[in-house]
Design a protein around this ligand. Structure first.
Ligand code: ZN
Length: 529
């Protein structure tokens, strides 16, 4: 709307009416453009200022005005309709709010003219002719009546005339017409419409044509309404957590701002909030719920932050070596922080911070001959049925691809596979006597021995009883201690075997037996979580 203009029409008090020439109704036209004025959205909305007409009670005033609107609505050749928006109390009753206000003023401006009974201010778009607002003021310096008193001005008659202006009619030359420019005390004839008035409204709003939609944009509707599908509807009050612009938007009448978010809230003094939401103190007293949807932070656990409001959890903590990070509450036992975090104790209770044990390594691959359920279980990536059992195997043939020592090549499935040679002793199980180790923790006995570069799990023994496992000898291992060491295989003097004087050789080797009990005093690796 680039510009709007104001049209002023009034009805005057006339003591003596003179005969007037017969002339048809006139419609209001825009000054300058000559465009006819009319409402392009109906029903035409009106309200009534709470101020009663002098000499008339409030409700009688309102009823008379409502009856005047109904008179125009009842015309059958017109689709014109009006909508009562109720009784209001506004400072001037002259707002451009698309609702036509009817107000008996507390004082009458001299500029309106002392003999004017009512004056209607019409705001319109001069190019389209669209009427935007039309408010009527009534003169409080007259005595008014609704009972036809001969000494008073009739409320309904004057209101009917002014409503004719509101909907776009100008003065008629017929002195019997409601739209005649003057009336007098005791005259109630303008309550009902003359055929000329009916011709006028049916020209502006003819039935049989398509009535315009009530609205096309929200501005066509009252401030408390929105335009939906061509109709003005009262904006539904919004529920808890909905965005809002003012308390009027909310069922609770409480629209709050938190950070940059505005939302319908509700008071929570002493009461729990919905969904377990936080109850926060309000500036100025009281407390209100903070809907989860209005929480500020978007940053997630472990992301850098500068304040609590940055974090979805609304918890930003200083983490030594890492600066400030978003955290979240947790329980210490069991630790319920997600992977990569552990629950650290703080004055505010458990808080998740980065760290903790690395994820456990995948289980070691199985060696040849060990039971398997899938190829991925095996170092060889082959899990095959041998003698009815699934074991890790390696394909083989006796000549080009022989099996490693301790294994023999046998038929498995449709191929040849290496399986353990049952005539050879089993290699020791991990952690058991004779198994490879790097420190005491690797051994069930917590004793990892060293024999010339090869470390193996050993255990203390009684030299009179010997070792519990065949293939091991109980030999001295330091002061008053004996430990088991693999029995020497007589290699027949081969270069890589221990010689015939095995005992002394073993003694030398066992001088290096390491990691005895003292090693167990080392504290177990600290768990960070
Ligand atoms: Zn008038």
């Amino acid at each position: 709307m680039t510009s709007v203009r104001l049209l002023i029409r009034m009805i005057i008090a006339a003591a003596v009416l003179s005969a007037a020439p017969a002339s048809a109704y006139k419609v209001e036209i825009a000054q300058g453009t000559g465009t006819e004025l009319r409402w392009t959205s109906l029903p035409m909305k009106f309200n009534i200022h709470q101020m009663a007409a002098p000499g008339v009670g409030a409700s009688a005033t309102y009823d008379a005005v409502r009856a005047a609107y109904q008179t125009w609505t009842n015309v059958s050749c017109s689709y014109y309709a009006s909508k009562d928006m109720g009784v209001v109390n506004m400072p001037t009753g002259d707002e451009n709010d698309s609702v036509n206000t009817n107000v008996w003023r507390s004082s009458w401006p001299s500029s309106y003219g002392q003999n004017a009974l009512g004056i209607t201010h019409t705001i319109y778009d001069p190019y389209s002719g669209k009427i935007l607002d039309a408010d009527t003021h009534y003169n409080p310096n007259y005595t008014w009546a609704v009972n036809g008193s001969p000494s008073a001005i009739d409320v309904q008659s004057v209101a009917t005339h002014e409503i004719g202006h509101q909907l776009g009619l100008d003065h008629s030359q017929y002195q019997d017409a409601t739209m005649f420019y003057a009336t007098g005390a005791g005259d109630t004839s303008q309550r009902s419409l003359h055929s000329d008035d009916i011709a006028g409204i049916c020209y502006l709003y003819p039935s049989g044509s398509s009535p315009p939609p009530e609205c096309t944009v929200a501005q066509d509707c009252a401030p408390s309404e929105t335009c939906q599908n061509g109709k003005c509807v009262t904006a539904a009050a919004k529920g808890y957590g909905s965005p809002c612009n003012s308390g009027n938007d909310c069922q609770s009448n409480l629209c709050l701002q938190y950070g940059t978010n505005t939302f319908c809230s509700q008071m929570c003094d002493g009461n729990p909030c919905p969904n377990g939401d936080k109850c926060l103190p309000l500036q100025g007293g009281g407390s209100a719920c903070l809907p989860g949807s209005a929480a500020m932070g978007t940053k997630l656990l472990g992301q850098p932050c500068q304040s609590d409001l940055d974090c979805k959890s609304e918890i930003c903590v200083s983490v030594p070596g890492s600066g400030y990070l978003c955290s979240q509450k947790c329980t210490l036992s069991p630790d319920n922080c997600p992977s990569g975090f552990y629950c650290a104790n703080s004055t505010a209770g458990g808080l998740c911070i980065p760290g903790g044990e690395p994820p456990p390594p995948p289980p070691p691959k199985k060696k040849l001959g060990e039971a398997c359920t899938a190829p991925s279980d095996c170092e060889s990536n082959i899990c095959a049925s041998v003698s009815g059992s699934l074991v890790c195997v390696r394909w083989c043939n006796d000549t080009d691809n022989p099996c490693p020592q301790g294994f023999i090549c046998v038929p498995a499935s449709t191929k040849m596979a290496c399986i353990r040679d049952s005539s050879q002793p089993l290699p020791p199980t991990k952690g058991k006597l004779g198994a490879d180790c790097t420190d005491s923790a690797d051994c069930d006995s917590k004793i990892c021995g060293d024999a010339g570069g090869r470390r193996f799990c050993t255990e203390l023994c009684d030299p009179n009883a010997g070792c519990s496992v065949a293939g091991f000898d109980c030999v001295p291992a330091g002061a008053d201690k004996y430990a088991c060491t693999p029995a020497v295989v007589d290699g027949g003097g081969g270069g890589c075997s221990i010689g015939p004087d095995g005992r002394s050789a073993r003694w030398l080797l066992l001088l290096f037996l390491l990691f005895l009990l003292g090693d167990r005093l080392r504290p177990a690796r600290r768990r960070n979580r």
